[in-house]
Design a binder for this molecule. Structure first.
Ligand code: G1P
Length: 293
């Protein structure tokens, strides 16, 4: 068994209902962050974190995601013959990025069920899970920060973030005792609790390092919150029977499945781009709230 985290599972089967109408015919993972599809931002984070292979768990209508990471001979030939070298480079970048594998989740039975579909492809080694709605600007990348914690302690790791009281019901919430500065030994996990019943304000964000034992737990997990097989329930068992570390990552997180988070992810990315940053700052500073009333 390899102890190195080499593979990433990225579930992309979600419907994107919070972003309708645009997601009616466009998979939310292909919506642009400036001019790069959100899913490519995620795959680039995986690569920058040392990941060698990405496994997409897909559903109906998500074929365009695979196409994006595949070669596009027709388009490449046209760009080449027209001498459009910059555009050609951008198109080739996506197809040259990394080895990708696609596994279809045939029924929408929840996040836990989606992850379970990767069992045969992962085999007997620890792996990264990235939920692509969560785009995180961070240096080093958030996935790399988690891998470093895993390499040090050899136990499962989930990224955590303090959220407001009225937001706990949107997340998996953990509780436990402080282990080190940014680390919590997880004791309790609840998926989407009502604020009055929430054990804390520490929410799980979409980056996890999981040991292969999680597949056995997932197979034995019964339908939970929202009528779905919840990853959180299998993680609760992992925390009880082995160990699970909550890690307070460094970085700015954007929930791109939500309109506002999608906008802030774009602003953040544009302000980091040398070709756009100065112009955008000037534009933002020129704005007057009264002009929009
Ligand atoms: C999922 C997980 C939840 C986690 C969240 C992070 O929920 O089930 O535990 O806190 O992602 O974004 P979802 O957003 O898919 O409902």
């Amino acid at each position: 068994m390899s102890n190195k985290v080499r593979k990433a599972v990225i579930p992309v089967a979600g419907l994107g209902t919070r972003l309708l109408p645009v997601t009616k015919s466009v998979p939310k993972e292909l919506l642009p962050i400036v001019d790069v599809p959100a899913i490519q931002v995620i795959v680039e984070e995986c690569m920058a974190s040392g990941i060698e292979e990405v496994i997409f768990i897909t559903g109906r209508g998500k074929g365009a995601i695979e196409d994006h990471f595949d070669f596009s001979y027709e388009l490449e030939n046209i760009l080449e013959s027209r001498g459009k070298s910059k555009e050609l480079e951008a198109v080739k970048k996506a197809s040259n990025l990394i080895r990708t594998i696609t596994v279809r989740q045939k029924k929408p039975l929840g996040l836990g069920h989606a992850i379970l579909q990767a069992k045969d492809v992962i085999g007997d080694e620890p792996f990264l899970v990235v939920l692509p709605d969560d785009i995180i600007s961070a240096d080093p990348p958030c996935a790399k920060q988690l891998i470093d914690v895993y390499d040090k302690y050899g136990e499962g790791v989930v990224s955590i973030l303090q959220v407001a009281d009225d937001e706990v019901s949107r997340y998996g919430i953990i509780d436990g005792e402080t282990w080190e500065d940014d680390l919590v030994r997880v004791r309790v996990m609840v998926e989407k609790p009502a604020p009055a019943e929430s054990p804390s304000n520490l929410a799980i964000i979409g980056r996890y390092i999981l040991p292969p034992e999680i597949f056995t737990y997932l197979e034995e997990t019964e339908v939970g919150a929202g009528g779905e097989i919840q990853l959180t329930d299998a993680l609760q068992r992992l925390a009880r029977e082995r160990a699970l570390i909550g890690y307070k990552f460094t970085g700015r997180r954007h929930d791109t499945g939500d309109r506002f988070g999608y906008l802030t992810a774009n602003i953040d990315a544009a302000l980091r781009r040398p070709d756009l940053s100065k112009k955008l700052w000037t534009y933002i500073k020129s704005l007057d709230e009264n002009d929009f009333k």
